[in-house]
Every structure is written in C-alpha cells, then in structure tokens.
Design a protein around this ligand. Structure first.
Ligand SMILES: [Zn+2]
Length: 268
C-alpha cells in the first residue's frame, strides 16, 4: 500500500502518491523550511549530503533566499531500495529598493570592534551548528511577539548599483519591554546582552539544526542551557545594537541556511 507525499502550499494541500513511510510538509519555495517523516528508512540525503533523521523519525531541510530551484532528496526504504524525489521550488520575489544618486550612509565599524564582531559571529555560528536529536521543530510555530510587521525576509537595498546585505529576519515593531515568547519548544543555547550589531541576542534551538534567533532584545529572561516550552516568556523587545528603533528581529535558521520565519506562522 502506498501512503501519500504531502506538499502543503499555503492552505492548499496537493499530494502525490509516493513511497511508503515518507511524508513532507512545507511550502516548496525559496526561504522555506520543509519538515518530514521517514519511517523505516535510512540514509536520507539532500543533494547527496547526509541529513540527520531524529530517533522519532523526523527530519528538516531548509532552502535559503536564493536557493537553487531544483533540489533532490534521496533515501533508502525498508528493503534497502534507493528512493529519490526531486523538489521543484518556486522562485520568490523580494522587495528590492534601488536608490540612486544618494551618498551611502554606511559607516564601517571602528577597528577596535572588529575582534568583538568576529567573536559575536563565531558564537552565533557555533550555536546554529547544533544537530540535537529533538523534534521540537515539528510543532506549528507561533508568532513570538505581537505588533506590526516592519520588515520582511529577503528585502534588500541597492545603493547606486551596489547591493547591500539582504534582510533575513521578520521584524515585529513594539516598544522596549514588549514580551517575546518561544515560537516552539526548544533549548536556549545562547544569550549575549550586547553584541555589536544585534545587541541583546538569543538563540533557541528547536532540534536538528532548526533554530530561532532574536535580535535587539532589551532583556533575556532565560539562561542558556534551559529548555523552554512554546509560548513561554523568554525575553523582551529592545532597541539594542545598531538599530534606529525598538523591534524584534526574528530569524529562523536551518544550520547556516537563513530561512523565512513568516512561512512557518499564520499570516497577519
Ligand atoms: Zn530586522
């Protein structure tokens, strides 16, 4: 008997018959986290690269802002037969602002902080490399804060033809002190109150490389190493780091791959 492979595209569910014991949920598009279940199978790979499957049989894969549109998952079924599925991602259109004839406002950081920035980046990268055998990422994520959306994933400014770094988070505007809740179960793996760019920075690990990062916090309320439940108060919004106003910048990563948090939560 064949079970179904589910591709959830927005609220539309399309399905195709596929291998027994293999299920995949998520939007087939750039910036997306796909979550799946592999029962009685082994050796899952994405484009030939090993993907960990949790002891409960769940896995996650993520595709970055400008990911290749064709992605190949392969695994061995219970009988050892090699199975393969090519995923066709839809391209995203990002909000690109071209600004001509305006003097760039970018100021390079003073030399005395370059070592601090390097340390910040290496701490963040290390926290995102964890591959914990937990399946917290399978939950339906909730918004971590209330407030208007003031910035979206993938947007980018091009000054006089020079593209600046894209924005990888979703920004929720709110006054300093606005509560920030865990969007899913996890473990707080990092809290640093004063990173150079991102100010108060917290990372919650949701298992198998899936993590949430919160930037510009005024307060962290949970010590690193502590497990948290979805909806638990973990921090407060702030205006710390290099920002112009108080907001929460929420990021979702699959290891080093930066994904769009807005694809995981109800539209608003
Ligand atoms: Zn932001």
């Amino acid at each position: 008997m064949l079970s179904k492979l589910f591709f959830c595209v927005g609220l539309l569910l399309s399905s195709s018959l596929f291998a027994q014991g293999f299920e995949l949920v998520g939007q087939l598009t750039q910036g997306s986290l796909l979550r799946g279940e592999l029962k009685n199978g082994s050796e899952l790979k994405l484009n030939g690269k090993d993907i960990t499957v949790s002891s409960e049989g769940y896995f996650a894969v993520g595709f970055g802002r400008d990911a290749e549109l064709s992605q190949t998952l392969s695994w061995k079924d219970a009988s050892g037969k090699l199975m393969q599925k090519t995923l066709q991602l839809s391209p995203r259109e990002y909000n690109i602002q071209r600004i001509e004839g305006v003097a760039g406002k970018y100021v390079s950081p003073p030399p005395e902080v370059t070592e601090r920035i390097r340390l910040d980046n290496s701490q963040i990268a290390a926290a995102r490399q964890r591959d914990d055998d937990r399946s917290d990422f399978m939950q339906d994520f909730i918004w971590p804060a209330q407030g208007p959306i003031s910035g979206v994933y993938g947007s980018q400014r091009v000054f006089n033809g020079t593209p600046k770094n894209p924005h990888y988070g979703v920004d929720v505007a709110g006054p300093t002190g606005t509560p920030v809740y865990a969007p899913a179960d996890g473990i707080v793996t990092l809290f640093v109150p004063d990173m150079y760019y991102s100010g108060g920075t917290m990372i919650i690990d949701h298992g198998l490389g899936v993590s949430s990062t919160f930037l510009h916090l005024s307060k962290g309320l949970v010590e690193p190493g502590t497990p948290v439940k979805q909806g638990q108060l973990v921090a407060e919004i702030g205006a710390t780091g290099r920002v112009t106003g108080a907001h929460l910048d929420w990021r979702i990563n699959w290891f080093g791959e930066r994904l769009d948090p807005a694809l995981l939560v109800p539209k608003r």
